[in-house]
Design a protein around this ligand. Structure first.
Ligand code: SF4
Ligand code: SF4
Length: 414
């Protein structure tokens, strides 16, 4: 399934200049470059942090899915991300993939990997799947399976990763850090690297349970952050440079910065045909059962409103000293505080934890004016990069990154 910060279609590699140019053009021309399509909310696992289980049931028929693909293509979409739930649970997953390929989409699949064996890996290769994003929640079967609620899921997931990589498919493993797995953060990254996968991870959880109570119980603790901080600092980690380096000098440009990429060149379509700015902003822009996709994309008041939000509109965040460290997601802020413009208590905690991990002063130097950051929404997945002693200025093993490309690449985090 997708989660905050899960929004890519082509790989981060595609987040380079060509992809950025594509996104810039799509934004300028108001084109839905990337569509994230939820095939189902069903899943064969039962993860502790999963929000899909709380979503309403019901799915478009395969014929309706096919029609939706036509509409996405006609509206200008190039990148299609198939997600769930677990998309491979959908009985017509392969048919939908084939239909998407026929329409020329670059396909990314978000999966837990447990339903991928040799035959499925062969089919994904034959479909020229651009990228596979596979969830990993621990470095050991005990930890991972305790979170997924399914014994044997770790082995099946890692087997899928190996099968996909053996065939030359691009695989990115993704972790969500919680109280129950944060102690294995470094081991999980090592595991992914050793298997030849790219890796990224993050702290942000979609609120679940009554008033987010289930999520609250899963969040990492302050002591865990402190312990992790010590371990990373002992390893020589120095943190990444501040995004302040990206700040344009022109205050007007800063004020006009778009703080959230939701609905700018991408959107999320759930398995019942509802169109959203992104997975985290739970304000439907329209329904494919009632309107043509292009009409929704162009005319929806929800999308128009979100496209109009600028950094200057965020009363708490625009002058926040922790902004450079903050993974704020407008959708999560909306769920937590009831406003797309509000600060996000969860993001505030993460930003504060990052400040602590970087050993920054408790009250960072006051910022003047509005700073720019080219963040996307939903944010945050921290890129855990390989240590590279040749990299100048800072260790590439950066536990805290939050410096994504201008548009985050196409991708949504599971
Ligand atoms: S694999 Fe994803 S969709 Fe399935 S239970 Fe876990 S979080 Fe939910
Ligand atoms: S969400 Fe909190 S930490 Fe982040 S910029 Fe806003 S006020 Fe600052």
């Amino acid at each position: 399934m997708t989660s905050p910060r899960d929004r890519d279609a082509p790989a981060p590699a595609a987040g380079g200049s060509l992809y950025r140019r594509l996104v810039a053009k799509a934004r300028a021309e108001c084109l839905p470059l990337q569509v994230v399509l939820e095939l189902t909310t069903r899943c064969n696992l039962r993860c502790t942090h999963c929000y899909a289980a709380e979503r309403p049931r019901g799915e478009l028929s395969t014929e309706q899915m096919r029609d939706a693909l036509d509409q996405f293509a006609a509206a200008g979409a190039l990148f299609l991300t198939l997600t769930g739930g677990e998309p491979l649970v959908h009985p017509d997953f392969w048919t939908i993939c084939e239909q998407a390929r026929k329409r020329g989409f670059s396909i990314t699949v978000f999966t837990n990997g447990t339903l991928i064996g040799p035959a499925e890996a062969d089919r994904l290769l034959a479909l020229q799947t651009e990228r596979m994003e596979v969830s990993i929640l621990g470095s050991t079967p005990a930890t991972h399976d305790a979170i997924t609620g399914r014994e044997g899921s770790f082995e099946r997931t890692m087997r899928a990763v190996d099968l996909l990589i053996e065939r030359g498919l691009r695989v990115q493993m993704k972790a969500t850090w919680m109280r129950t797995n944060i102690a294995e953060a470094r081991a999980v990254e090592t595991l992914a690297r050793e298997h030849g996968a790219a890796f990224r991870s993050g702290f942000l959880l979609m609120p679940t349970g009554p008033e987010g109570s289930r999520t609250d119980a899963l969040r990492v603790t302050g002591d865990q952050v402190a312990a992790l901080s010590d371990a990373w600092l002992e390893s020589g980690w120095t943190g990444r440079p501040s995004q302040a380096a990206l700040v344009p000098a022109d205050p007007e440009k800063q004020a006009n910065t778009i703080p959230c990429g939701a609905g700018q060149a991408s959107c999320y379509v759930d398995c019942r045909g509802a169109v959203y700015p992104c997975v985290a902003i739970r304000r439907a822009a329209g329904s494919l059962l009632e309107q043509d996709f292009a009409r929704i994309w162009q005319d929806s008041p929800v999308l128009r409103e979100i496209r109009g939000i600028r950094l200057a509109d965020l009363p708490d965040c625009r002058s926040c000293a922790l902004f450079d460290l903050c993974p704020r997601c407008a959708g999560v802020a909306d769920m937590e505080s009831g406003s797309l413009l509000a600060k996000s208590p969860q993001a505030c905690r993460i930003a504060e934890a990052r400040r602590s991990m970087r050993r920054l002063p408790a009250e960072p130097e006051a910022k003047t004016g509005i700073r720019n950051t080219t963040k996307t929404c939903p944010p945050d997945v921290d890129n855990h990069r390989e240590k590279n002693d040749d990299s100048p200025g800072w260790k590439r093993r950066a536990f805290i990154s939050n410096v994504r490309t201008a548009d985050g690449g196409p991708g949504i985090d599971r």
